[in-house]
Design a protein around this ligand. Sequence first.
Ligand SMILES: [Zn+2]
Length: 249
Amino acid sequence: MGEWFGNSWVWNLQWRRLLYDWEIEDLRGLEHMIQLNEPKRDTEDGVLWHSTEVASYPTKCIYAKFNDSPGSSLPNSIAPIIWKNFIPPRAKLTIWLANQEKLKTGDFLVEKGIITQQNAWCPFCRNEIESNSHILFVCRFAWSAWMEVLKWWGLSAPLHMQFSKFSIQWLGLADGRRHRHFWALMFGCIIWSLWYERNLIKFERKIPNLQNFVSSLRIRIGIWAKEMMGSFGCAPNAIYNADSFIMYS
Ligand SMILES: [Zn+2]
């Protein structure tokens, strides 16, 4: 991490793997940031909050800061639901990246010269170069999965192919505020599951199978709902009880 030379601290960051070209810029930013805060010997560490006028720390201002970052905000309709712990952290990160079109799909890697177009095909359909929107919405595989989930609720709907518009429409299908939390959970679960499935096919040579994917999706949504049920504030026998959802819905 670093060491003292006299009274000066010198950072020595080490990484478990070689960094990719596109990560070097982030590294420069990190180095610049930590060099602005040089550790001092014989001084005790403390925590100061500078982002508000008063020196107290409201969680709300972190949320506001997230939404102030250019190009990084989730749609207002979904952001509060995503960030308020209704969705596991691993899915929050995937949704965060997907919303900014920063999942490292084939189109990105071709543009950076890391892979050739021959290696950038969508692993689901093998018909198109994969992109964030293709993998999550446009691809026949992904689209069919979304439509299958709608069928569980006796619904069908033409939906947008763009993340924020899609999410707004999706949540609009929920019936009532409490159900919106469940629909947000389903949204997060489907996004995360598509990305996870894509990685299994791409890196572990899994064979794409829509029926199996939709079945596992159903179970995963049920498990997530069960885990998160306390956060919903729902009664155990509520309509979205995870066990009955898996077995009967
Ligand atoms: Zn595809």
